[in-house]
Design a protein around this ligand. Sequence first.
Ligand code: FAD
Length: 401
Amino acid sequence: MRFDFSAEDEAFRREVRSFFAGHLPAQMARRFAIGAHPPDRADVRRFQSLLHERGWGAPHWPLEWGGTDWSPLRKHLFMEELYNADGLDYGWQGLHMVAPVLIAFGSEAQKRRFLPPMLSGKEFWAQGFSEPGAGSDLASLKTQAVLEGDEWIVNGQKIWTSDAAMSEWGFFLVRTDPSVKPQRGISFLLIPMDAPGITIRPIVSIEGGTGLNEVFLENVRVPRENIVGEEGMGWTYAKYLLEKERTSSAFLYFNKRELEKARQLAGLRTSGAVPLIETPAFAARLARVEVEVLALEYSVLRVLSGENSGRNLNAIVSALKLRGSALQQRVTDLQLDALGLRALREWRHGEGEVIGDDEAVRWPPLVPGRTAAALIARASTIYGGSQEVQKNIIAKLAFGL
Ligand SMILES: Cc1cc2nc3c(=O)[nH]c(=O)nc-3n(C[C@H](O)[C@H](O)[C@H](O)COP(=O)(O)OP(=O)(O)OC[C@H]3O[C@@H](n4cnc5c(N)ncnc54)[C@H](O)[C@@H]3O)c2cc1C
């Protein structure tokens, strides 16, 4: 297996880099680098439309719907450059989750209606799966949809719905047949988030953001044709979607970029002190995480190059999610340790403009948002399937336990 990039690949990388250098407004990149959750709604839409205008709105989609025919390695280079430019990797629920389901199982009318505005950044999507009593055990969900004439009447509650308040649409798992075994009676329904009967209540998360929500559905009327695929097949579509989600859940690009920031922070000289990076204990910790991020990168590249063919891909992507999310926490913890007490002040000052006025150094713009990022990273080992759930999957699929 060789990972040397060809001259064409390198030219492609330069093309992507110069696109971001020329088109991503500096202030927007700065806001993205701070990493507020949720990010500014106007920024998110503008960035998606910038990518769309260049033909890069959804590189992983099929060409006929506006995707690219890039090789997996090119998609990898693109993502690396996007992250290095502090571009925004957002709109996941739409571009990476519901879109593949629509492309695989949706009607032509649904594809034509929903894919173009998703690609251009006009419409954003929320994922309404989890409920207060149904997270890891998703099949026990209770939100019910009953057919009345040409409409589904939906009642129930969802929780942890990311971006519900900034999204035009939501894809929901609802129970349409309570009489069969739990996995069989679930359907996949598209619901406008401003439909009468929907109440969205924000949940303030640990870093102070309001991207998460509770969504209450009370006699919400949804046209019959908003069901995706066949009635009762929602569980199959959801599994397809979650597999797609996990494939990209190694957090590789985030981990690489943030590790570099950790290194820079640890190299700064505070008044009279030795830079942290010169202390053996910290240098050893940094080196260890660096080696693990490198191992993660090679594992991702092996998947991309198809080297794992013949092995169970779902088990592999679960292993990547397990590793990548744990590393996300270790990388951001390194940043906080490098910031020391400044981490608290940086948090208090929000955008971090005033950090270090009384310090011997002026802390560079890579500092803001690190504390919030470290706090948000605590959730990465929960969403998209918790660590224990990933281990169960690996045990079952890779080892037959
Ligand atoms: C930041 C964030 C964003 C999210 N966004 C969305 C979203 O947009 N849409 C959406 O639908 N959901 C979303 N979720 C919900 C997420 O999918 C669930 O939190 C997750 O599936 C875990 O479910 P739970 O919270 O109910 O925990 P539980 O399932 O109750 O798990 C509690 C603990 O028990 C462990 N556990 C559970 N089952 C087993 C088992 N069989 N074996 C061993 N251990 C087990 C878990 O690992 C965990 O440690 C989000 C969550 C977070 C934190």
